[in-house]
Design a protein around this ligand. Structure first.
Ligand SMILES: Nc1nc2c(c(=O)[nH]1)N[C@H]1C(S)=C(S)[C@@H](COP(=O)(O)O)O[C@H]1N2
Ligand SMILES: [Mo]
Length: 434
């Protein structure tokens, strides 16, 4: 199975062990709906009601038992859908993202390597800042908590591959629909505070993030993932080193006791189980930084082609996206229902969302949703709308958001790339009246 980084993952004995550990019940019946799940079709032209059946298995998405595989993991909601077992990856169905603040139990999980054992002494956990700095810093989590002024921000964390399932032909990697995202309250200290304390040398250009999780192979010399960001983003006052999520100590599965949150950018920059940040004098080149990883084409390429790495640039800010969080895809309403109340969320990486529009007639007409303001920068923006339905029958409801620069979500995932980043096709749900 290819991972988000396009590595080939052996399926040995561990595979079965983790399957038993993480998989719950399967089958369409669990959805209790007239359609089979919420996966967007690989081609935008397939009615949402047939999308699941039409999704063709690809080399990247090996034949899986029919229907979604539900997660079984301590403290996690049983409706999270497993996209990969080794490494463990699970997404949140859009309808589970209906809270203003995503509860921990509903927050998506994305690992590239092995999940480390939970530490027994969080306050003695060490973080090192080194490289192009005047003074190397070594600080424990306990010191970080007591010597700096903590801040709390509600911010979206979104996987770089979110929306990948909408690419046609299918792109390599976990087939995220729109649930590789969540919005939590993160408490910690701006990374900028530590970098100021260490003193950046004029040569400082880029960060390199390191962590305690082992590579899937178990090779201690190989990071499972090590990404970084331009210094300007590292100095953003909202780029945080966090130890709490929704007021709780950061759970191990989400990188506890301490992780980075680099809001608005591909989630892979938000290193979990953070141990070290090395400041570099050039772009970082760790696993996840090179070739097609977390990169999108400069010149659009022919969908399905191999691609030339020289034509790719690093994906930084995530593109604009909106989702319908209520009703759920597949919802049924009584005959004679003339009006539906909709709720959703929208966000746009480093930008704001300016407008959300809804269609119930395949885009022939659109109406504007009521859009809320974010609580703070990088928060998502909730929206509501009431739509009228002319008759009973089958309806698809589409949502599209426009960011503050005027860029709108496309009907189909555009700018095809081998590993499927930046797929932000409009979200669609199907409902049946009568
Ligand atoms: N150490 C470490 N940090 C990591 C990862 C990882 O595998 N190891 N995965 C990254 C990716 S690709 C994403 S999308 C987010 C997911 O965070 P979550 O599992 O808390 O949702 O963590 C990022 N940080
Ligand atoms: Mo990710």
């Amino acid at each position: 199975m290819a991972s988000e980084l396009g590595r080939s993952v052996p399926e040995g004995d561990h595979f079965n062990t983790s399957r038993r550990r993480f998989l719950g019940g399967t089958g369409l019946a669990a959805i209790g709906a007239f359609i089979g799940g919420s996966t967007l079709s690989p081609s935008g032209g397939v009615p949402q009601a047939h999308a699941q059946a039409a999704a063709s298995p690809s080399a990247a998405a090996p034949a899986a038992p029919k229907g979604p595989q539900y997660l079984k993991f301590p403290g996690k909601n049983e409706k999270l859908v497993v996209l990969g077992e080794r490494p463990l990856v699970a997404e949140t169905p859009e309808s589970l993202l209906d809270d203003d603040t995503t509860p921990i139990e509903k927050f998506y999980i994305r690992n590239n390597g092995q999940i480390p054992e939970e530490t027994k002494n969080p306050d003695t956990w060490k973080i090192v800042i080194d490289g192009e700095v005047n003074t190397r810093i070594e600080i424990t989590l306990g010191e970080l908590k007591s010597k700096f002024k903590p801040v709390t921000r509600r911010m979206v964390l979104e996987c770089g591959g979110n929306g990948r399932a909408a690419f046609s032909p299918p792109a390599r990697g976990n087939q995220w629909t729109n649930g590789g995202a969540g919005c939590a309250e993160w408490t910690g200290v701006p990374l900028a505070e530590l970098l100021k304390k260490a003193g950046l040398k004029p040569s400082a250009k880029y960060t390199a993030h390191y962590a305690a999780d082992l590579h899937l192979s178990g090779d201690a010399g190989k990071p499972s993932i090590s990404r970084g960001v331009r210094i300007a983003k590292a100095m953003d006052p909202d780029t945080l080193i966090v130890w709490a999520m929704n007021g709780q100590p950061l759970p191990n599965i989400h990188g506890g006791p301490v992780r980075l949150i680099v809001p608005g950018w591909a989630g892979s920059a938000s290193q979990k189980w953070l141990t070290r940040i090395t400041i570099r004098d050039k772009e970082h080149d760790g696993p996840g930084m090179t070739e097609f990883s977390y990169r999108t084409p400069i010149k659009p390429m022919v969908p399905g082609d191999k691609g030339d790495p020289a034509n790719f640039r690093i994906l930084e800010s995530m593109p604009v996206r909106s989702i319908i969080t209520s009703p759920a895809n597949g919802a049924k309403f009584a005959a004679g229902t003339k009006e539906l109340k909709l709720r959703g969320a929208s966000w746009a990486g480093d930008l704001l969302v300016k407008q959300v529009d809804i269609s119930t007639d395949s885009g022939a007409s659109w109406q504007r949703a009521t859009l809320e303001k974010p609580k703070n920068r990088y928060d998502w923006q909730r929206w509501t709308a009431t739509v009228k339905l002319p008759t009973d029958g089958y309806f698809e409801i589409w949502t599209r958001a426009t960011d503050s620069k005027g860029t709108m979500q496309p009907h189909q995932a555009g700018l095809w790339n081998p590993q499927g980043y930046g797929g932000n096709a409009m979200h669609r749900i199907a409902v049946l009246v009568g």
